[in-house]
Design a protein around this ligand. Structure first.
Ligand SMILES: O=P(O)(O)O[C@H]1O[C@H](CO)[C@@H](O)[C@H]1O
Ligand SMILES: O=c1cc[nH]c(=O)[nH]1
Length: 234
């Protein structure tokens, strides 16, 4: 048990999928896992452990933003022995060739800052995905016939952005999309020798202003979850 997770020792799997939304965690656990068991509901942050094709998996919400994810990732790794952490999130597209509902596999995650900045001090650490997971995710996306893009994303501290100049700079440098957790997930995983990847589904588009309704962001992102599970156990 931790301040934020009530699971007992042994109730968290070594492989953890992390959506921001706890209700997406419930949907994914009930849709993809055999015998999902609720292992956390502290503060309404839901975590479930079950099996997928005979492999133990936990699906646990991260909450929104890097400080929230950082708490859960640190506790899942340090207190429960998680070793592979895959974010299954939504994101906003920042390139015209990226369409709504496309999948983005985040090779790197740029940021202005992360909760790890205090450790890195003057170092501009480059948070990156585990290459084995990334390669397996590319293969899984191809098998599924999913439109997937591999490249850099931006992990922001804000959803309501007031820096159009920054977005323009990011787009000009090929950044595919924006979300709010991956850079810290990659940093925490690196610090502990764990594997991490962010598999993201485009829920809105910064260039066209299209946006999916909340229900579709909560569930219906099947390809993303299947790609994450297949990558974890490739
Ligand atoms: O859909 P999730 O996984 O929460 O991800 C995105 O959605 C939230 C903002 O609406 C942020 O957490 C962002 O990273
Ligand atoms: O963080 C996020 C997530 C989805 N869409 C955005 O614009 N930002």
């Amino acid at each position: 048990m931790t301040p934020h997770i009530r699971a007992l020792a042994g109730q968290i799997a070594e492989t953890v999928l992390m959506p921001g939304d706890p209700l997406r965690a419930r949907w994914a656990a009930e849709t993809f896992l055999d015998a999902p068991e609720l292992v956390n509901d502290v503060r309404g942050m839901l975590g479930f452990t079950g099996t997928w094709r005979g492999n133990r998996v936990t699906i646990h919400g991260s909450g929104m933003g890097m400080p929230s994810l950082s708490i859960y990732a640190n506790e899942l790794i340090s207190r429960y022995g998680a070793r592979t952490l895959i974010r299954i999130g939504s994101c906003g597209a920042m390139q015209s060739h990226v369409a709504m509902r496309d999948v983005i596999l985040a090779q790197t995650a740029s940021s202005i800052s992360t909760p790890s900045a205090g450790i890195f001090r003057d170092l501009n650490f480059a948070p990156c995905a585990d290459f084995g997971l990334l390669r397996a995710a590319v293969d899984a996306a191809e098998r599924h016939g999913t439109r997937a893009h591999v490249g850099g994303i931006y992990s922001s501290d804000v959803f309501y952005d007031e820096r159009p100049d920054l977005n323009e700079t990011l787009t000009r440098h090929g950044i595919l999309g924006v979300e709010m957790e991956a850079a810290e997930l990659y940093s925490v995983a690196a610090r502990h020798g764990c594997r991490a990847l962010a598999v993201l589904t485009v829920s809105d588009h910064l260039l066209t202003q299209e946006a999916l309704p909340p229900e579709e962001r909560q569930s219906n992102f099947r390809d993303m979850v299947e790609i994450a599970l297949e990558s974890a156990f490739a």
